[in-house]
Design a protein around this ligand. Structure first.
Ligand code: COA
Length: 329
């Protein structure tokens, strides 16, 4: 019997219906389809437009479909972690709103805010509850409604982000398949390059913060770009080394979908074959905590039991890291 691991037993993605195309953005800001496509790789992104709907409503759909798909009753879930930077409210958390909306009544829950690395931080944290033997059914949701914090007059950011994400069901597995290792890092010095200036305790909302458009994503793209490639490559190399693997052993690289040039840069620096890299940024843009589960969901039918996957991300904080797992079904 192998060591008890947390394994993914089901995955469900979801994006809202409305599609914001590059052609539509061309009418909103001074940009072109060609600039967006070549600089970012994004052709379109999905946006939640319905009034009164929020991040927990996206999470609700994912979790309901995941429970149905895996034949799991809401009462069986013991813990739900929601990874997001666009929670419904400043407080309380969005995880408890999802539990309430889905009818999960026997769980505790909490949010993790690690920006684009959120899903990896959540997955790693959840796996420890399973490995310790205290919990048997955990849901990790990676979801963001980035449109709620994007300034659609700022051409540097509005072209990148979209809404959506996915949820996974984790259960114990003693067959050797599951989440094997993670290398995760933070560096708070990076927060000056990617953040939302106001709305927190540092700069509470005021007329001034609204006039200065400080309730939107601020990004200095170049330093983020450079640090993202280095952070992802370093942690991939570290995890490969300490698990006595070679890159040939890896069936799929699942990178955070921040920018096609970041993804290509990582693959090129590692000399990793492009056809084994999951890429769907062209359809969804950067959904922050949502990109990695959205990829896993889209590739689900191609994944085989025992496949070696590397999940790698970089995001605001800075936060970054790589997880190594063996697919379990
Ligand atoms: N359309 C047309 N031109 C644009 C534009 C747009 N949407 N956005 C910026 N530009 C212009 C700039 O104003 C600048 O013009 P200038 O040379 O006259 O000053 C020029 O294009 C180059 O801008 P720059 O910011 O240097 O472009 P870039 O190549 O760095 O690409 C990003 C910008 C944001 C796409 C890129 O830096 C990036 O992807 N960074 C990482 C972002 C990321 O992934 N963040 C998510 C968290 S991991």
């Amino acid at each position: 019997m192998a060591k008890l691991l947390a394994s993914i037993k089901g995955i469900q993605g979801y994006v809202p219906d409305y599609i914001l195309t590059n052609a539509e953005l061309e009418k909103m800001v001074d940009t072109t389809d060609d600039w967006i496509t070549t600089r970012t790789g994004v052709n379109e992104r999905h946006i939640l437009k319905e009034p009164g709907m929020a991040t927990s409503d996206l999470g609700k759909v994912m979790v309901e479909r995941l429970l149905e798909k895996t034949g799991t009753a809401p009462e069986e879930i013991e813990l739900l972690i929601c990874c997001t930077v666009t929670g419904d409210m400043r407080f309380p958390d969005t995880a408890s709103a999802i539990c309430y909306k889905v009818g999960i009544k026997n769980a505790f829950s909490y949010d993790i805010n690690a920006a684009c690395s959120g899903f990896l931080f959540g997955l790693t944290t959840a796996s420890k509850f399973i490995e310790s033997g205290t919990h048997k059914k955990i849901i990790v949701v990676g979801v963001d409604m980035m449109s709620s914090i994007i300034d659609y007059t700022d051409r540097a950011t509005c072209i990148i982000f979209g809404d959506g994400g996915g949820a996974v069901l984790l259960e114990p597995d003693d067959s050797g398949n599951g989440i094997i290792d993670s290398v995760l890092h933070v560096d708070g010095a990076g927060r000056e390059f990617l953040h939302m200036k106001a709305g927190g305790s540092l700069r509470p909302p005021s007329h001034e913060t609204i006039d200065r458009k400080e309730h939107y994503v601020y990004q200095d793209g170049k330093p983020v770009f450079k640090a993202a490639i280095n952070g992802m490559v370093d942690t991939i190399q570290e995890i490969i080394k300490r698990n006595h693997l070679t890159l040939d052993d890896i069936n799929w690289l699942v990178p955070h979908q921040a920018n096609i040039r970041i993804i290509n840069g990582v693959a090129e620096m590692l000399d990793f074959p492009k056809e084994k890299v999951m890429i769907n940024i062209q359809k969804y843009g950067n959904t922050t905590s949502g990109t990695i589960p959205l990829c896993l969901w889209e590739w689900e039918s191609k994944l085989k039991k025992g496949d070696n996957l590397l999940l790698s991300a970089f995001g605001g904080g800075f936060t970054w890291g790589t997880s190594y797992l063996k697919w379990a079904y």
